[in-house]
Each structure stands twice: as structure tokens, then as C-alpha cells.
Design a protein around this ligand. Structure first.
Ligand code: IPM
Ligand code: MG
Length: 363
């Protein structure tokens, strides 16, 4: 098997965590007899500095031809004062739209070795937490038109449009139900239909799609209650499906509940690989400019994102599991980057973490 991967290292710690992940993918080639070609492209602040645009045409073209895309992180203080459309984040939003990556999968799992990192009381997490947030990624207030800033009645005002089309809700609902079928068969759909008409449409479409997946137990929750339930009783959740803005917020919250942002991978998909969909894989954490270039970053979330790539885009289930197991074994052996160092262990840097995962994988 030969696969072409476009690599977008991005900004801050992005290039460091991506470099470690490429080492792990090289080890996967050796161990599993597969072959990857890597093509680096510019996105985010790095692209702004080199070309003036956060998402150069050449990057979009390269990604469209790839079998999968691996992204580090984008953004940093250097570009914070640019107008929204020129910021590094616009590159991220742009690639999501260009590749039609409407389904964002963010698993939030507590690694038993790292349970003490959860911000919650031990009794709330001791039975494990395994939540999958399925976030719609190409609609909602993020992209709704009209959006802008103007003067009305002599006062400055700004507006974004929360809008969903039924087909957008239908396809993400299907992803949520399908994911639930492959796991605990429970899906919680999150909306704000007590206030927003968008939520009413959302809920009615989700109920319609439920008929295609009768084995899945469906529940509905208002987003404010969901934010509270994630803290009060996170173990109640299996899969959560929700819109773009609510998913943005709830997935960060689920990450804090799980422990460290430094451990969480994500997949953004335009459909299943079988349907010709493409996937972009990235850690949930950001570019952490404060520790960039110091070999302090935790590469495990990016390495785990590569594992998702192996499984979801390439169907290499054994290789994916092997990478995940290698990460677990490094944690079990007590190695920790600074962000996940709490109850002792051996402090390691980014490069060492990558080396250890490779070593564990090739054992
Ligand atoms: C995320 C991030 C992005 C988002 C930002 C960086 C544009 O917070 O992927 O969750 O809001 O989607
Ligand atoms: Mg976010």
C-alpha cells in the first residue's frame, strides 16, 4: 500500500510535534510494510510570512490530491493583530471549507495512567471516560452569511448568522449515529432548541435520521445543560453530536475533563474513505507559542492523530492500534512531557517522546 500525505506543520510547536509524528509514521512503514510519501505545504502564520496568505492556493491544490492531511497547529501572537480574514485561523477555516471537512471527530478519553490530570474529582473519573464529540465543522455561525460589522442608528454593530441547511444536519447526524453504532450505541444530540429556531430544525432532522439507526439510543440535551453534565457526570456520555460553535466549546470542555489537551487527537472528514472522502488529522491543542522551539511540547496528540489517520483514511487498523499501544506503553513506563507531569515520572522533551514511541512500536 502506498499513500500520499500532505503535511502542514504550521506555527509554534506545530513543526516540532509533526516532526516526531513523521518519525512514527516511518516506523509504521518499516513494521507494517506500507509506504508513505510526505509533501510539506504552508498554512497559517508560516504561510502568511512566506506568501501573504494563510492558505495559499498551492496548499489547497496539494491537499486535494492527497490521500490524507496531517496538520500541526496554527496561530501565534505575531499575527494576532491582523484582520480576521488574514489571520492564521482563517487558513484552518479555509481548508475545512475547501476540503468539505464537515465531520470533526474529537475523542476525549481518560488514559488510566493520567487519570489524576482530570480537573474533576477522582470519583467522577475513576470508572473511565470515553466520550466522542462529533462536531459539525463547515456550517453554523462560523460560515453563515450575512456576517459583518456596520453602523446602524449611529451605533457600531456586528453580526454573524447561525444557519443550518437540512442536508448539513442530516449528514453530520448520520456520522454521529454511525459512530455510536461502532461504540456504545448511545447518541446525545446537543442543541438550544428552547431558544433558537436553528435548534428546532436540528432536532427534527436528527430525529428523522434516528429512524435509519433504530438500535442507537438517542437523547437530546440543551447545550447549557450539556456543559454542566460534562462536569457533573461525564461518564454518562458515549457520543455527542452537535453544531460547529457548540462543538467548539464542548470539545474543549471534554478535553479538560479528560485531562490534558496534550493527549487529544482529532479527525476532520469529508466522508468515509470508502466514499472517497478525505481526512485531515490534527491535535486538538493549539500552537503553544510560549514553549515553541524549546523541545518541551507533547507530540502524543499528533501521534495519536496519525493513528486515527491510519485507521480512518487508510484502513490500517492493526498499525493504528499498534501506535496507540506504543503511546500507552511510553506512559506506562512513566515518561511524561511537562504538560502531563503530575505525580512524578521521568520528565522528557518532545524529541525524546517521539523516540520512545518509535522504540515501543518497533519492539
Ligand atoms: C478548534 C479551534 C478553531 C475553531 C480555531 C483555531 C479557528 O478552536 O479547532 O477548535 O474555532 O474551530
Ligand atoms: Mg476550539
Amino acid at each position: 500500500m502506498k499513500k500520499h500525505i500532505v503535511v502542514l506543520p504550521g506555527d509554534g510547536i506545530g513543526p516540532e510535534v509533526v516532526a516526531q509524528t513523521l518519525k512514527v509514521l516511518r516506523a509504521v512503514e518499516t513494521k507494517f510494510g506500507v509506504s508513505f510519501t510526505f509533501e510539506e505545504a504552508l498554512m497559517g502564520g508560516a504561510a502568511i510570512d512566506a506568501t501573504g496568505s494563510p492558505l495559499p492556493e498551492a496548499t489547497v491544490a496539494a491537499c486535494k490530491k492527497a490521500d490524507a492531511v496531517l496538520l500541526g497547529a496554527v496561530g501565534g501572537p505575531k499575527w494576532d493583530n491582523l484582520p480576521n480574514a488574514k489571520r492564521p485561523e482563517a487558513g484552518l477555516l479555509g481548508i475545512r471549507k475547501e476540503l468539505n471537512l464537515y465531520a470533526n471527530l474529537r475523542p476525549a478519553t481518560v488514559f488510566p495512567e493520567l487519570a489524576s490530570l482530570s480537573c474533576l474529582r477522582p470519583d467522577l473519573v475513576q470508572n473511565g471516560i470515553d466520550i466522542l464529540v462529533v462536531r459539525e465543522l463547515t456550517g453554523d455561525v462560523y460560515f453563515g452569511q450575512p456576517a459583518g460589522e456596520e453602523v446602524r442608528d449611529g451605533k457600531r454593530c456586528a453580526f454573524n448568522n447561525m444557519i443550518y441547511y437540512e442536508d448539513e444536519v442530516r449528514r453530520i447526524a448520520r456520522v454521529g449515529f454511525a459512530a455510536a453504532m461502532a461504540r456504545g450505541k448511545r447518541l446525545c444530540s446537543v442543541d438550544k432548541c428552547n431558544v433558537l429556531v436553528v435548534g428546532r430544525l436540528w432536532r427534527s432532522i436528527v430525529e428523522e435520521v434516528h429512524k435509519e439507526f433504530p438500535q442507537v439510543e438517542l437523547s437530546h440535551m440543551y447545550v447549557d445543560n450539556c456543559a454542566m453534565q460534562l462536569i457533573l457526570n461525564p461518564a454518562q456520555f458515549d457520543v455527542i453530536v452537535t453544531g460547529n460553535i457548540f462543538g467548539d466549546i464542548l470539545s474543549d470542555e471534554a478535553a479538560a475533563v479528560a485531562g490534558s489537551l496534550g493527549m487529544l487527537p482529532s479527525a476532520s472528514l469529508s466522508g468515509t474513505a470508502a466514499d472517497g472522502g478525505i481526512g485531515l488529522y490534527e491535535p486538538v491543542h493549539g500552537s503553544a507559542p510560549d514553549i515553541a522551539g524549546q523541545d518541551k511540547a507533547n507530540p502524543l496528540a499528533t501521534i495519536l492523530s496519525a493513528a486515527l489517520m491510519l485507521r480512518m483514511s487508510f484502513g490500517l487498523n492493526d498499525a493504528a492500534t499498534a501506535v496507540e499501544t506504543a503511546v500507552r506503553n511510553v506512559l506506562k513506563a512513566g515518561y511524561r512531557t511537562g504538560d502531563i507531569m503530575k505525580d512524578g515520572g521521568t520528565l522528557i522533551g518532545c524529541t525524546k517522546a517521539g523516540d520512545l514511541v518509535v522504540e515501543a512500536l518497533l519492539k
